[in-house]
Ligand binder design. Structure first.
Ligand code: 13P
Length: 253
């Protein structure tokens, strides 16, 4: 399976900046520098159309959205629907990112609803999980990851396994490693990814073949070592994906 390298631009870049980064990225990708990798880019909403126009021609590259609301349309002030995102060129979404869980207080049950909603409507989902430092120090790693996976995926287990294999990716991002420069050590990544695969295997339809990405302070300098670890099927990159050169170096690590 090709390693998946995903860029989460978070709340960064206006449309011109996003277009410039996407153009640089497209030039790097079409120069064949990404062979053997699948690439995903999650720009802010207003830049999705620009970015998908630019990256549309790149092989093995998809554009997604960082959030959406699970309803067709209607009185949901400030929210955005999957149809609007599809119209702009996005066909993947992030669900459960730690900033949505902890800053915006999205619950396990809302995340389950969003995951089920998107997967049932031909969108792919990168479902993010991860423990806080307090949870890790309190010995709750297994409990937290088990709860986040079991509850988050509870509504999707009746969908076909082939759809889940094609459209569902898990991203393990320890909250204490996000944006802190503190990448999880080899031992922690191996332990957490083995645990995630184990919990996935125990779901009603054995989901252990789903790709599991690592995220949290990934940089060009540590990407290769992370990708070489067992059960690490790719990377979800924040800060180091904002510059095309740095993200291309991670893609090619
Ligand atoms: P950083 O790579 O900036 O630590 O962010 C990780 C992340 O949250 C990606 O979704």
């Amino acid at each position: 399976m090709k390693k998946i390298i995903a860029a989460n631009w978070k709340m960064n870049k206006d449309r011109a900046q996003a277009r410039a980064t996407a153009e640089e990225l497209a030039a790097g990708l079409s120069a064949g520098r990404a062979s053997g990798r699948s690439v995903m880019v999650f720009p802010p909403f207003l830049a999705i159309a620009e970015v998908s126009k630019v990256l549309g021609g790149c092989a093995d590259t998809v554009v997604g959205a960082q959030n959406f609301y699970p309803a067709e349309s209607g009185a949901y002030t400030g929210e955005i629907s999957l149809a609007m995102l599809a119209d702009a060129g996005a066909n993947w979404v992030l669900v459960g990112h730690s900033e949505r869980r902890h800053v915006l207080h999205e619950s396990d049950s809302l995340l389950a609803q969003k995951t089920q909603y998107a997967l049932s409507r031909q969108f792919g989902v990168v479902f993010c999980i991860g423990e806080t430092l307090e949870e890790r120090e309190a010995g709750k790693l297994t409990d937290v990851l088990t709860r986040q996976i079991s509850q988050g995926l509870s509504g999707v287990l009746d969908l076909s396994k082939s759809l889940l294999q094609e459209k569902l990716i898990i991203a393990y991002e320890p909250v204490w490693a996000i944006g802190t420069g503190k990448v999880a050590g080899e031992k922690e990544v191996l332990e957490a990814h083995a645990l995630v695969k184990d919990v996935l295997a125990k779901q009603a339809c054995d989901l252990s073949s789903l790709p599991v990405l690592y995220g949290g302070s990934v940089k060009p300098a540590n990407a290769q070592a992370l990708l070489a670890l067992a059960n690490v099927d790719g990377l979800l990159v924040g800060g180091a994906s904002l510059e095309a050169k740095s993200f291309l170096n991670i893609i090619n690590a």
